[in-house]
Design a protein around this ligand. Sequence first.
Ligand code: NAG
Ligand code: NAG
Ligand code: NAG
Length: 304
Amino acid sequence: MMLISDLTTAVYRIYSIFVYNLFLFFSSITQMQLSVPCGLKNTSSSLELLKPRVRGRVRVRVSQISPFSSHHNNNNNKTLLMNSQFPCASLVQNNASPIPSTDIQSSRFGEVKRVTKETNVSVKINLDGTGLADSTTGIPFLDHMLDQLASHGLFDVHVKAAGDIHIDDHHTNEDVALAIGTALLQALGDRKGINRFGDFSAPLDEALIHVALDLSGRPHLSYDLQIPTQRVGTYDTQLVEHFFQSLVNTSGMTLHIRQLAGKNSHHIIEATFKAFARALRQATEYDARRRGTVPSSKGVLSRS
Ligand SMILES: *[C@@H]1O[C@H](CO)[C@@H](O)[C@H](O)[C@H]1NC(C)=O
Ligand SMILES: *[C@@H]1O[C@H](CO)[C@@H](O)[C@H](O)[C@H]1NC(C)=O
Ligand SMILES: *[C@@H]1O[C@H](CO)[C@@H](O)[C@H](O)[C@H]1NC(C)=O
């Protein structure tokens, strides 16, 4: 008799645990659906969003463009992850010309191939990336700096370059920067809803570099780095200014680079790229209060 009563209790307990879990499961589904960020229902099935990993992020299908995420995603049907900070306001229908919801589908991606007698450069940039860095320019120090741009800007940056580096790094450095600027210009599109301005000071040990930039459409560089040595590794430190001047020219950016402190050439340059990456990230990110409008009193940001 004892045994049967124990068995009944055990069965009852298992049953109530099952019912309780079923209740938890359904109430969590209801909660999750309520907390799905706006705009998501347009871009993917809500079932996908129930995966905890994906919660709080927007999964966008991209089929037109060719995201270079192919090397870490063998599926031909690629998806890009975007931050949930993507402005809900962009979907709001009002008179302030919001970004149409189709703009969300086309991620901010720029791709440039640039072939000259001196170089052969291919650049792909995803402004809404995750910091994937994949750059081989033939100039190891420049690769290292482009990695900073990706990881601190949270951009996906892919640069392949084959140039006449047997002469020197000048042409390759310039053409890589010109192509990155053009890719940036392409990725920014009409610049609707972005912060436009970016400002960051990055320290690296004794070095402290301040970068302020405006995605105004007007190219301008002010640069005052005092790099004490002629070279870092094999890289000619004069090429740093040339790199930023080239990038500024093709992207249509107003860029100020100030050295607040620094003695070590490597530190000064690396802090510059880090500060630039963070400032650019700030400037390219969306301002939710802007509701998808062009951040200019003139209503347009052009390169002229
Ligand atoms: C990608 O997905 C879409 C819809 O989800 C489907 O129609 C299409 O056939 C897929 N393409 C590939 C190459 O898998
Ligand atoms: C440029 O490089 C690509 C591969 O990276 C190659 O297919 C192409 O032929 C090259 N073009 C020239 C003009 O060297
Ligand atoms: C950038 O543009 C300015 C003004 O048009 C020009 O003088 C300069 O040579 C350009 N520099 C580079 C590196 O393209």
